[in-house]
Design a protein. Structure first.
Lengths: 181, 260
């Protein structure tokens, strides 16, 4: 991308849009609003905006989340912000739900019996909780006897766990290092 | 270690050193319990002393049973599996199958499951800490687009709810209802129309408050419904369950055209 006046204006507009957008805004959406530009060009510009913005190393940052761009505070300032906001970390998922979520995240699409096989435990209520919290979504049915529903993670999952896409999750094999001898 | 407020990530205490209640809540399932026992006994997951672990496992179930805790069937299935493995290990190896299946360790399928499960347990902890970090990240709060039209259309239910609340307040306010002051519906509608000549917005809640009797309140309610039906006004809310505002619907050119 050249540093032409036009590009500079587009980048400023992109930054403003990322600021105003309530959820991560995609390059496609940015391109649409900016007047039917090529999404790929817009993505390149947005990436420049992101790099320049973050080079400041200020209290705010732009990150790629769930395929879009999102402006937020930098994680390292969470303590001072919490002191000001007087908040505590919100209620988390139970261990059972987190475990179930981990299995689904790595093995998706996966059916309930398959989840239970790995966990060695009935997982109906965990799956229900995750569905209610919109962290997982049904992804069709498995073409086997009984046609069980398959589950996968949702966009909400990416947002809540600060991921751009699933490839950002560490490989499941990496967790072998944790295994107690 | 993510271990806080009644959501322990793993058992930190042994069977004998903590109150039953605490430790019983801790194990997520039979695999979790087995891993705990293996850790507690400081034995290798690849070479589980099956007799010892089985004994401990059954002891744990006995404790649960003594305390009248319903033992999930998953735990019983695992107990059966453990006993089966134990028995199999006691049996002398059949000379017939030896060359076919080599000498497969009867513990192997269980070990594989434990290793697999442990990976996801670790992944769950990773997700836990990720969520912790992300919860400490704040985005800009939703903009309050006051005049920009982020109003939500109020539903009939919202209107009825406001009516019901006004009705309740009225009950407290009015002790006696002596003379029946009749306010015809037509009059009320005309009154509201007149007000709408002067202003573009009417606070429905305040309007309900004006009612001096139940009858009048009902009349106001019906008048509002009538005006909505005639598309003279539309009802909006700034937030869900919030105050209901009637906004005049600007139609064909009229005297109010020049209103700001």
């Amino acid at each position: 991308m050249s540093g032409s006046k036009n590009d500079r204006e587009l980048k400023a507009a992109i930054e403003a849009l990322i600021f105003v957008s309530e959820e991560p805004i995609t390059a496609n959406r940015l391109a649409e609003i900016l007047g039917d530009l090529d999404p790929e060009d817009v993505e390149a510009l947005a990436n420049e905006v992101m790099a320049e913005f973050n080079a400041r190393e200020g209290g705010l940052e732009i990150r790629r989340i769930a395929g879009g761009y999102r402006m937020s505070t930098r994680p390292q300032y969470h303590e001072v912000l919490r002191r000001y906001l007087r908040t505590r970390p919100a209620a988390r998922l139970s261990l059972a739900s987190l475990e179930t979520l981990a299995v689904i995240a790595y093995k998706q699409p996966i059916t309930l019996p398959e989840i239970q096989e790995i966990r060695g435990k009935n997982s109906v209520s965990s799956v229900k909780t995750l569905l209610e919290k919109r962290l997982i979504v049904p992804k069709g049915r498995k073409p086997v006897a009984g046609r069980p529903i398959m589950y996968g993670t949702s966009k909400e999952f990416l947002i809540q766990f600060g991921l751009n896409d699933l490839s950002e999750l560490p490989s499941i094999e990496d967790f072998e290092d944790f295994i107690t001898e | 270690m993510p271990e806080e407020d009644g959501e322990p990530m793993e058992a930190s205490t042994g069977l004998s050193s903590s109150p039953y209640k605490v430790k019983l809540d801790v194990f997520e399932g039979p695999l979790d319990l087995l891993l705990h026992l293996i850790k507690k006994e400081q034995v290798s997951i690849y070479d589980i002393p099956i007799a010892r672990i089985t004994e401990q496992y059954l002891e744990y179930l006995r404790l649960m049973h003594e305390m009248d805790i319903t033992i999930a069937s998953d735990f019983l299935v695992m107990a059966a599996t453990l006993i089966y493995i134990k028995t199999k290990m006691l049996l002398p190896r059949s000379p017939l199958t030896e060359d076919e299946e080599e000498d497969e360790d009867p513990r192997r399928p269980l070990v594989e499951r434990l290793l697999e499960y442990q990976k996801y347990k670790a992944a769950a902890e990773m997700l836990w800490s990720k969520a912790q970090v992300e919860q400490a990240v704040f985005t800009r709060p939703p903009l309050d687009l006051q005049e920009a039209g982020t109003e939500i259309a109020a539903t009939t239910y919202d209107l009825f709810e406001a009516f019901r609340r006004a009705m309740e307040r009225l009950k407290e306010k009015i002790q006696l209802e002596i003379a029946r002051e009749e306010v015809p519906l037509e009059e009320k509608i005309a009154d509201l129309r007149q007000r709408l000549e002067r202003t573009d917005r009417l606070d429905i809640t305040a309007l309900f408050e004006e009612a001096r009797s139940k009858r009048e309140l009902i009349t106001i309610f019906l008048a509002v419904l009538e005006l909505v039906k005639e598309s003279v006004i539309r009802l909006v809310q700034r937030v869900a369950f919030g105050q209901i505002i009637a906004i005049k619907v600007n139609r064909s050119p009229s005297t109010t055209e020049r209103a700001p």
